[in-house]
Design a protein around this ligand. Structure first.
Ligand code: 13P
Ligand code: SF4
Length: 321
C-alpha cells in the first residue's frame, strides 16, 4: 500500500460489499466514522454520526475510539486532530480542501491583523489550523450570532474569511466587524433570479438559505442557518415544499427525516445543473473510505506548536455553544 496524491493506492477485491466491509473494519479497529451533511448519501448511511461543523467538533471532543475517520473536508479533519491530538485521525482523501479556507492564507491574515491593532480576531471554522492559531475565538454558522453577542458591544473585531457570513452577522447584530474578503465558490454561485424562478413554479415552497450565500439570496429566505439549523427548521415546519440554497448533499438527510415533504435544490447560476455540489466534499467515496479504514491512511497531521495555539479558540467557542 502507498499513499499517492493524498489517497491510498491499493487494490479493492472484486465483488466485495463495500458497506459490509466498512462496517466490519470499523468495529474491528474501534474506529468511528464522522460525516458532514454534504457527503454522498451512502457515506452518511454508514457513518456513526452525521452533522454540521459545530456538531462534528462537539462530538470529537467526547470520543474514546482509537481511530476517527472524518468524511468531510480537510479543515474538519484538522479540527478533530486539534481536539484529539493523541488519536489517529484519518480522511479518505487529503485533497478534500475548501475554497473558503483557501481564500485566507495564514501569512496574509497575520499581515491583516497587524494592520488592525487592538482587534479581536474571530474566525469561521472553515479555516486552516494555522489560521486558527492566529485566532482569538472560532465560530461556526451554527453559533456565530451567539459567540459574537457574547463579546462586549464596543469590542473591535476582525471577522474572516467569509464576507457573506460576516455581512450577515453585522446586519443581524448591528456590529461593524472588519471583514476578510473571502467566499465559498459553491454558495457564491446561488442566484436570486433562479430562486425566484423556482418560487414562481412552487409558490408555497419555503426558501432555506445557508449564511455563506450572498445578501440578495438571503433576502428571499424564510430561514437562514447552518445545515443543522435548516434541517431542524424543515423538519418542524408545517410546509410541504422547500427550496434549498446550500450544498445538495443536505437533501439526503432532509428527505430521510421528512419522507412526506419535497425538497428542491436551488441551482447554481450560469449552469444547466440542477444541483450545486461541493467538489471537495464529493471526493469522499465509499471505495476511498474502505481503503482508509483498511490501511489506516492517509492521516491528518497538524504541527504540535500549531495544535497548542489553535485549540484555545476552538475550546473557547465550544464552551459557549
Ligand atoms: P455547516 O457548519 O453549516 O454544516 O457548514 C459547513 C460548510 O462547509 C458550509 O459550506
Ligand atoms: Fe468549503 Fe464551500 Fe465546500 Fe463548504 S461548500 S466545504 S465552504 S468549499
Amino acid at each position: 500500500m502507498k499513499v499517492e496524491n493524498g489517497c491510498v493506492v491499493a487494490p479493492v477485491p472484486d465483488g466485495i460489499d463495500l458497506k459490509e466491509e466498512i462496517l466490519r473494519l470499523k468495529k474491528e479497529k474501534n474506529a468511528i466514522i464522522l460525516a458532514h451533511y454534504y457527503t454522498v448519501g451512502e457515506i452518511q448511511d454508514v457513518a456513526d454520526f452525521v452533522g454540521d461543523s459545530l456538531a462534528l467538533a462537539q462530538i470529537a471532543e467526547r470520543l474514546d475510539n482509537d481511530i476517527i475517520v472524518m468524511c468531510g473536508v480537510h479543515f474538519m479533519g484538522e479540527t478533530v486532530k486539534i481536539l484529539c491530538p493523541d488519536k489517529k485521525v484519518l480522511v479518505p482523501d487529503l485533497n478534500a480542501g475548501c475554497s473558503l479556507a483557501d481564500s485566507c492564507p495564514a501569512p496574509e491574515l497575520e499581515k491583516f491583523i497587524k494592520e488592525h491593532p487592538g482587534h479581536t480576531v474571530v474566525s469561521y471554522v472553515n479555516t486552516s489550523a494555522a489560521v486558527k492559531a492566529l485566532t482569538d475565538i472560532v465560530v461556526t454558522s451554527g453559533n456565530a450570532m451567539k459567540v459574537i453577542n457574547s463579546l462586549p458591544e464596543d469590542e473591535k473585531i476582525i471577522f474572516g474569511p467569509d464576507r457573506n457570513l460576516g455581512n450577515y452577522i453585522n446586519a443581524e447584530t448591528g456590529r461593524d466587524m472588519v471583514l476578510w474578503d473571502g467566499a465559498c465558490h459553491v454558495h457564491e454561485k446561488f442566484s436570486l433570479e433562479k430562486i425566484l424562478e423556482l418560487k414562481r413554479q412552487h409558490p408555497e415552497a419555503k426558501v432555506l438559505v445557508h449564511p455563506e450565500c450572498p445578501a440578495p439570496v438571503r433576502l428571499v429566505a424564510d430561514k437562514v442557518g447552518s445545515t443543522a439549523v435548516l434541517l431542524k427548521w424543515a423538519t418542524e415546519s408545517d410546509a410541504d415544499e422547500f427550496i434549498v440554497a446550500t450544498e445538495s448533499g443536505i437533501l439526503h438527510e432532509m428527505k430521510r427525516k421528512c419522507p412526506g415533504k419535497t425538497f428542491i435544490p436551488a441551482p447554481p447560476e450560469d449552469s444547466t445543473c440542477a444541483c450545486n455540489d461541493c467538489a471537495y466534499m464529493k471526493l469522499n467515496t465509499m471505495r476511498k473510505l474502505y481503503l482508509t479504514l483498511l490501511h489506516e491512511a492517509p492521516e491528518v497531521h497538524v504541527d504540535e506548536s500549531i495544535i497548542d495555539r489553535a485549540r484555545r479558540p476552538i475550546t473557547r467557542m465550544l464552551s459557549l455553544s
